[in-house]
Design a protein around this ligand. Structure first.
Ligand code: ZN
Ligand code: ZN
Length: 98
């Protein structure tokens, strides 16, 4: 479960990643205090590590990568799937359907 080393693993299957794919959005506004709208942090999202097979799936739109912003995760995974904190990976792109 806890993999050692510095190699990135695929966000979707955990296999060693062969490429880094640019996320549909680069930034994510994270408000730390819901009661104070002026206090927010913009998160710069990293590239998405993917294995060769999943990189193709994502490019073709067959799989959508989501992001879990829970402090325990802050990682990519398949959209709508539960992440390790129990929440679901959320959509990154907005209003860009084809
Ligand atoms: Zn994969
Ligand atoms: Zn999570």
């Amino acid at each position: 479960m806890t993999a050692g080393g510095t190699e990135a693993s695929c966000a979707l299957c955990g296999e060693p990643a062969t490429e880094m794919v640019e996320p549909p959005r680069r930034t994510l506004a994270r408000g730390l205090d819901p009661g104070d709208a002026s206090y927010s942090v913009t998160v710069i999202l990293p590239d998405i590590p993917l294995c060769a097979a999943h990189a193709i799936d994502v490019r073709h739109g067959e799989l959508v990568v989501g992001w879990c912003d829970d402090a325990r995760c802050r990682t990519y995974g398949e959209l709508g799937e539960p992440s390790s904190c129990g929440g679901a990976y959320e959509k990154l792109a907005r209003g860009r359907r084809t």
